[in-house]
Design a protein around this ligand. Structure first.
Ligand code: C2O
Ligand code: CU
Length: 436
């Protein structure tokens, strides 16, 4: 088909080596005990989409909407998604961001599957074993395609916990042509006392700052994973890295509540009822609120991994400049002085305890993201994490910072390991972690 381009090597970047046989590491074919099969068809196609602001944009969509259809399941269900590409010439895949699927379901084009060209399709199947807030997006030319709309939400509820009296809002934030949007509705009613959960998702390449005014709250989960006994806080801002998620919980007060993104670039308002009294939330000034330090938040517990006993230790120095890329010098976002696809693979063995030291020598923030494994944050700039064990799939390494993280190599295959500022990944800041 003329115009179709199939690039290889993870799809965030330029072409590289051919696929390896991780394509056979596929997910379960049946739900777990008590689970059901949740089947979806997602069709990638171009469409004109009306934003909640009333503005029309030329988008790349799943099923004609941005975000794409919301996928929900209960722990133990089988998620089965048939991806069909109607007219995205660049090709598409589905990557389940933060979800530890078997490698063959991971959606890294040229690595775990061939890209799905127009007229083609691919069926993803995996068991929803992890509860929490996740999202999906294409992994092909994603610095353009995700920005244009090829993403959606994945929420998995814990088994047995389905209370119809709760207000559970999924709020993906996305910037279209410079306009910050939150999907899910700008205004909601919640009678006083209603238990509320707000699932914040950053689908952009830059961090966003959130402020919740008019109530105290807890950060119940980060990147889909529950924190240990998180304390009640108020008048704190939250910085959410590219690709990251926070679940905020609180009981609805008798006055209104407002969630502001980037000091009111976009706002979601909750009201206890028509005509209820307003609070500070009607026009909160949140600019001076301190940023919550998640590394010191929640209740400490014995560290789930002993980092001093690591089997492998990798250091990743992030920078930008001239680098060897595919045998020739080029300007790139670099890891250890090289750009993708010229960065050597990281080799691990199943069962290894792996430690990463990530050093940012550049002047930009790099939201680091490893596929297929959550990582435990050990320290930031030499300051040990002192709160709840903090498992994340994306961590924001700001200019000059050094982060230490660790994880257990328990999900065999080949996994992309990259900056989730997707233009940076496209410019070389991406490598692969490979099981021996
Ligand atoms: Cu959310 Cu490799 O990406
Ligand atoms: Cu980056």
């Amino acid at each position: 088909r003329p115009g179709a381009t199939v690039t290889h090597g993870g799809g965030h970047g330029p072409a590289s080596r051919a696929a390896v046989p991780v394509t056979e590491l596929r997910g379960a074919a049946a739900p777990g005990p008590g689970g059901v099969r949740r089947a979806h068809v997602l069709t990638a196609r171009k469409a004109t989409v009306r934003l909640e602001s009333g503005r029309d944009i030329d988008a790349w969509t799943f099923d004609g909407t941005v975000p794409g259809p919301r996928i929900t399941a209960t722990q133990g269900d089988l998620i089965e998604v048939r991806l069909v590409n109607h007219d995205i010439d660049e090709g598409v895949t589905l990557h389940w961001h933060g979800y530890d699927v078997p490698c063959g379901e991971d959606g890294a084009p040229g690595v775990t599957q061939d890209v799905v060209a127009p007229g083609g399709e691919f069926v993803y199947r995996f068991r929803a074993d992890q509860a929490g807030t996740y999202w999906y997006h294409t992994h092909q030319t994603s610095h353009l395609a995700v920005r244009r709309g090829l993403y959606g939400v994945l929420v998995v509820h814990p088994r047995g916990e389905q209370d119809p009296g709760h207000l559970d809002l999924t709020l993906p934030v996305h910037t279209f042509d410079g306009t910050v949007t939150i999907s899910g509705g700008a205004e909601h009613l919640a009678p006083a006392g209603t238990p509320v959960r707000l699932r914040l998702i950053n689908t952009d390449s830059e961090p966003h700052r959130f402020a919740l005014a008019g109530t105290s709250f807890r950060v119940a989960a980060v990147d889909g994973r529950d924190l240990d006994r998180p304390g009640e806080i108020s008048r704190h801002a939250l910085r959410l890295p590219a690709g990251g998620r926070y679940d905020l919980v609180f009981a609805m007060p008798s006055t209104s509540v407002a969630l502001a993104v980037d000091d009111h670039a976009a706002t979601v308002r909750l009201r206890p009822g028509a005509g209820a009294p307003d609070s500070e939330a009607s026009a909160p000034d949140t600019t001076g609120w301190p940023e919550l330090d998640l590394l010191a938040y929640g209740t400490p517990a014995p560290p789930p991994l002993r980092a001093d006993a690591a089997d492998r230790h990798f250091t990743l120095v992030l920078d930008r400049g001239l680098a060897m890329v595919d045998g020739a010098p080029a300007f790139a976002q670099t890891v250890n002085g090289r750009g993708h696809p010229s960065i050597p693979d990281q080799l691990v063995a199943e069962g290894d305890l792996v430690r990463f030291t990530v050093v940012n020598r550049s002047l930009e923030t790099h939201p680091w993201h490893l596929h297929g494994h959550p990582v435990l944050v050990l320290s930031r700039d030499g300051k040990p994490a002192s709160g709840s064990p903090l498992w994340v799939d994306t961590f924001d390494v700001r200019p000059g910072e050094v982060w230490e993280v660790a994880f257990r190599a328990s999900n065999p295959g080949v996994w992309m390991n990259h900056c989730h500022n997707l233009p940076h990944a496209h410019q070389g800041m991406m490598l692969r972690l490979r099981y021996d």
